[in-house]
Design a protein around this ligand. Sequence first.
Ligand code: GRF
Length: 244
Amino acid sequence: AQEPHPVPDPSLRHPSAAASAPVRILLLASGGGSNAERIIAHFAARPDVGRVVGLLTNNPTAGALAHAARAGIRTHVFDRAAWRDGSVQSLIEREFRPDLIVLAGFLWLVPAGLVMAYAGRILNIHPSLLPKFGGRGMHGHHVHEAVLAARETESGMTIHLVNEHYDDGATLFQARCPVRPADTPTTLAARVLTLEHRYLPLVAEAVARGEAPEAFVCRAVGHAVPPDEIVVLPSQSTPPLPGL
Ligand code: GRF
């Protein structure tokens, strides 16, 4: 059953932020960072709406680091001990002070302390139509292999709020794509990644603006996409998060 939409958290904006200040966005990535790259570019063009204040990663060779460095965005590499013992959370709160955290291809489970501190303000993107093909171990090509093995006729991507379980928080937005008979995990991954690149920046912008993601995205893309590409979720009457 669809979880009730998260209750807006009145304390969303960082107490010190002015009412009209751009939303401070922190990115976490583990891999190539193509999603991070598109979010950075999206908000570079909308500095009044949001500002990417940092990119953190658990992977010292992550391509995401190069994307952030090229954009002059502060980066930090952490290890599992620092992630688990709360020192990364302290760094986040002390040095980055984000209003919104976006996991853009980040593979580790978020510790409960961080989930609690940023309840309703952490987004994740997953390359399947959750709740199908989610959970521990379901990342990257494993997802697409499982979709093909299950002979699904469609797949897609899900953007959801993060809780202390893998891929389990309230769904904010979904987009679908066909699975074709000749698909391999690589061809399917590429088709899903195209959806991620198209929609993750727009959903992050909707959340930053305190707008319901589906309505905002539909207005933004208009008729530029196939009519059934955007999955209509149970009504998003209230924005998932008020203006951050
Ligand atoms: C994407 O497949 C995304 O669904 C998953 O990790 C991958 C991120 O790719 N969360 P990139 O690092 O953004 O290029």
